[in-house]
Ligand binder design. Structure first.
Ligand SMILES: [Zn+2]
Length: 228
């Protein structure tokens, strides 16, 4: 008789199984972005009761993409691509689920889009505070902004930020900024995984398997990273 799985992979499997469909879809999209050499961020829009309306991933280096999405451009972010394909004034109360805290551009697209709430997994210290449009004008300050739910404090939140730092992201200037913001342990782990070929082996796994594989190191990272 097979024994039940124990240890890190069982904990990861439990966490993964407990995620709703929009969370799983956003992470599948992020993993496809990682595998295709893009920045590993994925997102989806769903109705308040969890029906997925549209999903998309980062496509900054892609030479093609689905009609209506941006690709091959610094603007080709996951959240922007989800929102770009939603009809004008559709479902004003959609939930936007994304693997990483939205950047300045995506926060603005979320503000303009039919989004009632945004959920994000990983903190992005680089873009902290860029969602607060109430500081820009008194009119914005009086308007109801999309609710923000995040970052996640569990291993999945750490995983989401970690994978977004793989591949083409870490230019010297960006890496320097991240180190200044307290992300040195995460950046060091990215280099370690990429330099020894582990990143390549990870990309061959499914995203939930990669979460299980990295679990012990995600737990260590959670201890080392500053609160966000
Ligand atoms: Zn963005």
């Amino acid at each position: 008789m097979d024994l039940p799985p124990a240890g890190p992979s069982a904990a990861a499997a439990r966490l993964w199984a407990g995620l709703d469909q929009p969370w799983q879809e956003a992470f599948r999209q992020a993993w496809e972005a990682l595998r295709s050499g893009n920045i590993a961020v994925g997102a989806c829009a769903s109705t308040p009761d969890g029906e997925i309306v549209r999903s998309a991933r980062n496509r900054v280096i892609d030479g093609e993409g689905p009609p209506g999405e941006i690709f091959g451009s610094a603007l080709a972010h996951a959240e922007t691509n989800v929102l770009a394909r939603l009809p004008f004034r559709c479902h004003p109360d959609l939930v936007l689920t994304t693997t990483l805290e939205p950047c300045l551009q995506c926060a603005a697209a979320i503000r303009l889009g039919p989004v009632g709430a945004v959920r994000f997994a990983g903190p992005d210290r680089y873009w902290h505070g860029c969602h607060d449009f109430g500081k820009l004008s008194t009119r914005e300050a009086q308007r109801t902004q999309p609710a923000r739910i995040g970052p996640r404090r569990d291993e999945l939140g750490t995983f989401a930020t970690l994978i977004s730092r793989f591949g083409p992201t870490l230019t010297p200037g960006f890496e320097k900024a991240l180190r200044t913001l307290g992300e040195a342990p995460m950046v060091d782990l990215v280099h370690e995984l990429e330099d020894c070929g582990e990143a390549e082996r990870l990309a061959a796994m499914e995203v939930n398997e990669a979460l299980g594989y990295l679990w012990p190191r995600l737990q260590e990272l959670r201890e080392l990273m500053p609160a966000s």
